[in-house]
Design a protein around this ligand. Sequence first.
Ligand code: S3P
Length: 457
Amino acid sequence: MSSADPATTASSGRPRRFAPAGPLKGRIRVPGDKSISHRSIMLGALAVGETRVTGLLEGEDVLSTAAAMRAMGASITREADGTWSIHGVGVGGLLQPQQALDMGNSGTSTRLLMGLVASHAITASFIGDASLSKRPMGRVIEPLSLMGADFTASPGARGSQTLPLMMRGAAPAVPIAYRLPVASAQVKSAILLAGLNTPGITTVIEPVPTRDHSERMLKGFGAELEVEVEPDGTRVIRVRGEAEFRPQQIVVPGDPSSAAFFVVAGLLVPGSDLVIENVGLNPTRAALFDVLRQMGGQIDELDRREVGGEPVADLHVRHSALTGIAVDPAVVPSMVDEFPVLFVAAALARGRTVTTGLEELRVKESDRISAMRAALELAGATVTETADGLIIDGTGGDPLPGTPEGAAVTTHLDHRIAMSMAVAGLASRAGVEVDDIRPIATSFPVFESLLDGLADT
Ligand code: S3P
């Protein structure tokens, strides 16, 4: 979603009613992983020579990253068969962008690119849409400032640590050893990316493991990176600066966070029997599927294999009677984006589901705890909001009533609220009206066509 687009407020959104569906049957393939797609473009843009990427997610967030990397000197093109070709500038070779970098709705683009800019002698302004302009950037400003970058809030910012922000990178930057105060792959990645063009060893200490795509891909591109796991599980990640990158051939696996919506829809809609092909199952991403199995969900992995250095399988999902559980807060980082749709599953389970340790959900594209509490309540679910989670008393398999005539759930420019409530609509009596489905295009532009194709068969 472009922040230059004046039509980014919920009031001028594109509404849609998601009606109850018959059994979901057939085979589908979800688009490429968003995290890996962002990193493919960024790292390809740092390698001299041609990096080729297939399966790239062509969602608005990734396109924001591509536009920014072009503005800083990379050549990035899409070929007719959908392969992306990237000619990079070399580590340390980013150029001064001539215009503000428009990050749209994308926190990942913003935080990771701030990391890249931090160790270059360039100045960049970052702007974003109404949702992104509320999100906390202090978590990257702090470590990147320690490395020598300088940040200035722009006029119009809500605070000193929110977009629009201008930053001046440092060359040479100073290597740091930084213990992450929040479990965030974005913060970890920002520091590692800054470390690539920083002389010496940059160290990130990660007490709670988060998605490790940056570590895997940095090694693939030729960075000297090592990960040491301490007895208590803390990960110490070291990258040697002034790295030299080799261009890569990357195959992006399907996004488990996108597959999640169809997995839950298949579990909830009676009679469903569905295969979702090519789903990435990196253990730092796949906890939702384990939690749903603990609730009684029938999810089988077929043809487990490796795609692009990541574990992948086809997921066979059948309608299942779910039972509520207390979700172990230790799994939160491995399914941090999947809670909105887990809440929908819980709303139809038998008994109570309790989630805790979800403070980070309050600073995603929306406050997902309060947005999902309000949305599910409007659709007729029984939900209690706590400081760090939701407690949901499920229907025991009965459909939710659905949203009342004339009322719509508010998505707050958050794609995952829109798609989660679309799934709730499939499993409702009267359907669920969503106020604005445009944000879905940030991560899953073919969501509606896949859903409509399945519901029609
Ligand atoms: C992402 C990390 C997560 C996740 C986001 C993508 C990434 O954010 O919510 O959708 O690609 O590194 P945090 O690291 O802030 O939890």
